[in-house]
Design a protein. Structure first.
Length: 267
């Protein structure tokens, strides 16, 4: 994304309602689906870690590693996490060992990468068997606008397109769901109207709103953490997936049972 937006993200991601609520949802999915660690603490890698907000929130509980292409992002993330953050480019310039991690986070990153399928394959390579990918992306291609361009998005995803990324032999999709559903209508109106209001500064979405508004919006979105994957969300501003790397027993692939509710409505 544009370099000035890294400065802005560093300033706001600890306070802005969207960053805080999304982080809560991501961590809740990680806690729910990640396998027990083989030894010691869970090993988590964050692809496209940005300025390090997600990893900083879990670094006291898990062994964390972050990777990002942008030097500005890596410099900011290193302030929080030191040498646990490295520079690399998805999908091929990822100097990390195979089957080394219990979980890989790819949160609002795949839309930035031209080869999104290759990025998923790289994540599966560095996962140990039974490990999970927790991924989020912006939903609905019809909402693509100037903010997406400034963030250097290649695309927004339909639910079907998102599922197809994980249609590979070594993966089981255990959750596929919309989220940011309760605030979808106002968010979609603002984002869609920005297609026509060319004078609107695209960075406004990254500013922390008035503290009263911020305090109201965060718990609304956070509340979805308890429901995602357990109740069907027919629409939402974002999509989430949890994908498990298949295990093998005596040469046979072992599949886990998918959550039927999480794959509801493939539109």
């Amino acid at each position: 994304m544009d370099s000035d937006l890294y400065d802005q993200q560093w300033r706001v991601e600890q306070e802005h309602w969207w960053f805080r609520a999304r982080r809560h949802i991501i961590v809740s999915l990680l806690d729910r689906y990640a396998p027990p660690p083989c030894d010691g603490r869970l090993r988590v890698c964050d692809f496209g870690c940005g300025t390090g907000g997600n990893l900083a929130a879990i670094a006291d509980r898990y062994d964390v590693t972050g990777i990002d292409k942008a030097p500005e992002a890596v410099a900011y993330a290193k302030r929080r996490l030191g040498d646990r953050v490295v520079q690399g480019e998805l999908p091929n310039n990822v100097d990390l060992p195979s089957e080394a991690f219990d979980a890989v986070l790819i949160t609002d990153v795949l839309e930035h990468v031209e080869d999104d399928k290759g990025t998923v394959e790289t994540a599966l390579r560095i996962l140990r068997p039974d490990g999970v990918i927790v991924s989020t992306v912006p939903a609905h291609p019809w909402l693509f606008c100037e903010m997406d361009r400034r963030l250097h998005h290649f695309r927004r995803y339909s639910k079907r397109q998102f599922r197809q990324l994980f249609t590979v032999d070594s993966a089981d999709v255990e959750l596929l769901s919309y989220f940011n559903t309760l605030l979808f209508v106002p968010a979609a109106v603002v984002r869609y109207s920005s297609k026509f209001l060319t004078y609107r500064d695209a960075t406004v979405d990254l500013e922390v709103p008035h503290r009263a508004i911020n305090a109201v919006l965060e718990p609304i979105m956070r509340s979805e953490a308890a429901l995602i994957g357990r109740a069907p969300f027919p629409i939402g501003f974002s999509l989430a997936a949890v994908v498990r790397k298949q295990t093998k027993s005596h040469g046979h692939v072992v599949h886990r049972q998918s959550n039927a509710l999480s794959t509801f409505a493939e539109s």
